[in-house]
Write a protein that binds this ligand. Structure first.
Ligand code: UGA
Length: 429
């Protein structure tokens, strides 16, 4: 089977590489000629461990190729994965214009049976919409199916997740489409759920929303832990041992970010509203998340008093480790709050950089960690990059102006830090 992946962003690139790794012949299509040129040269336009190696391997094996020629790409592939972006509109709804464009292109250019599959996170009902868009654009009535096959990979762990999924969800009303998708994944060992397209679309949103729910739950509980002198890490550990609860996504911190949780939770709340249903738990999840970064700043202010002209070192900008993605990164919210209080900010992240915007002009981006800590009145840990665990804090104490560490990711050992003479506070302990 020849596979076309439309959109070579995060999900698209990973999907393309993973199908190549599974032994299929893959073409990646994008309208951005520069991106395609880079991919052809084995270069990714974002940071994702292991993915570039896979890209080079499959360029060499001839298993993957890239193009901007959509007509030819659509005509020479029977399985078409839609992996274009669905960014949030101001009201929280998903902007479907790129998906619609792709559907119309497929309708116009198709030359025989096509199975069109959505990998992007799309609102419930999208499979029906795509079916209508393709049908309306068709010049000849070639048969086609549209199925939903949501992706559950995490940034930073994309290759591992995509090659070893927990489950494969196939949302399809057509036996032909279901059979094709099952044979596509035949070598992957995991449960396969075959369901309706609407259910598949909702499973994706509900999964992300539930994980966001766990995070906001533990973050709010962390505030209680601080008030009653209990260590939230021990609470998470004790709770997580119950398999009904599970330990993952129970790490308290400065909140969730990224291109998925914030966008998907808002979109799900909106879908519910449009159907006169209130998802009140999820509304609270968002509220807790939006205030969690401020909790770290409150702790800093309690210790330092006014933050004006205080030198604050921010360690970590990316929304999580092992990525350069800063979309909705809690660190950005921390930086913006500190700037509004006239603090002096020294920022260090091993990979991520600030957007080139006037709003962040006052921030000093450091290329060395030591430079960020020089004369700092406090360090705020905003991303749990593994290298931050290896910092020689005894040595750093001598460079700092005041030994204050506020750990927004609960990644350091409180006892060790306090034994070294630091004033150390995490979130919830
Ligand atoms: C998330 C889901 O985990 C994937 O399954 C899904 O496929 C993806 O969204 C998507 O929809 O494309 P991702 O956004 O890459 O993946 O990152 P996560 O690892 O889920 O982390 C999201 C945020 O939650 C990060 O800011 C992270 O720091 C935060 N987090 C995570 C916590 O604050 N505490 C935790 O215990 C876990």
């Amino acid at each position: 089977m020849n596979i076309l992946v439309i959109g070579t962003g995060y999900v698209g690139s990973t999907t393309a590489m993973v199908f190549a790794e599974l032994g299929w012949q893959v073409t990646g299509l994008d309208t951005d000629a520069h991106k395609i040129k880079q991919l052809e040269q084995g270069l990714l336009h974002f940071y994702e461990p292991g993915l570039e190696a896979l890209l080079r391997k499959h360029i060499q094996s001839g298993q993957i190729k890239f193009t901007t020629n959509k007509d030819l790409a659509i005509q020479s592939n029977d399985l078409i994965f839609i992996c274009v972006g669905t960014p949030s509109r101001p009201d929280g709804s998903a902007d479907m214009r790129y998906v619609k464009q792709v559907a119309e292109d497929i309708g116009q250019k198709m030359n025989g049976y096509k199975l069109v599959i959505t990998k992007s996170t799309v609102p419930v009902g999208t499979q029906e919409q795509i079916t209508a868009w393709i049908g309306a654009a068709q010049e000849q009535p070639y048969p086609f199916d549209v199925a939903s096959n949501p992706e559950f990979l995490r940034e930073g762990k994309a290759v591992l997740d995509a090659l070893n999924p927990d489950r494969i969800i196939i949302g399809s009303n057509s036996k032909r489409a279901t059979n094709l998708l099952q044979s596509l994944y035949q070598s992957v060992k995991c449960p396969v759920v075959i369901t309706t397209p609407r259910t598949a679309e909702l499973i994706k949103y509900a999964s992300n929303a539930f994980l966001a729910n766990k995070i906001s739950f533990i973050n709010e509980l962390a505030r209680l832990c601080d008030a009653i002198d209990v260590n939230v890490k021990e609470v998470s550990n004790g709770m997580g041992l119950d398999p009904r609860i599970g330990a993952s996504f129970l790490q308290a911190g400065i909140g969730y970010g990224g291109s998925c949780f914030p966008k998907d939770v808002s979109a799900l709340i909106l879908t519910a509203k449009q159907n006169s249903i209130e998802l009140s738990v999820l509304e609270k999840v968002v509220q807790v998340n939006q205030t969690q970064h401020a909790y770290l700043i409150d702790k800093t202010r309690e210790r330092l008093g006014s933050l004006a002209n205080k030198k604050i070192a921010i360690l970590g900008l990316a929304f999580k480790p092992d990525t350069d993605d800063i979309r909705e990164a809690p660190a950005l919210r921390v930086i913006e709050s500190l700037l509004s209080e006239q603090a002096q900010i020294m920022l260090y992240d091993p990979v991520a950089v600030l957007p080139n915007s006037a709003a962040y002009k006052a921030v000093t981006e450091c290329s060395q960690l030591e430079e960020a800590l020089q004369d700092a009145d406090a360090v705020l840990m905003c991303t749990e990059w593994p290298i931050f665990r290896k910092i020689d804090w005894a040595q750093m104490k001598a460079v700092m102006n005041q030994p204050n560490v506020f750990d927004g990711r609960n990644m350091l050992d409180a006892q060790d830090m306090r034994a070294l003479g630091y004033f150390y506070q995490g979130i919830g302990f």
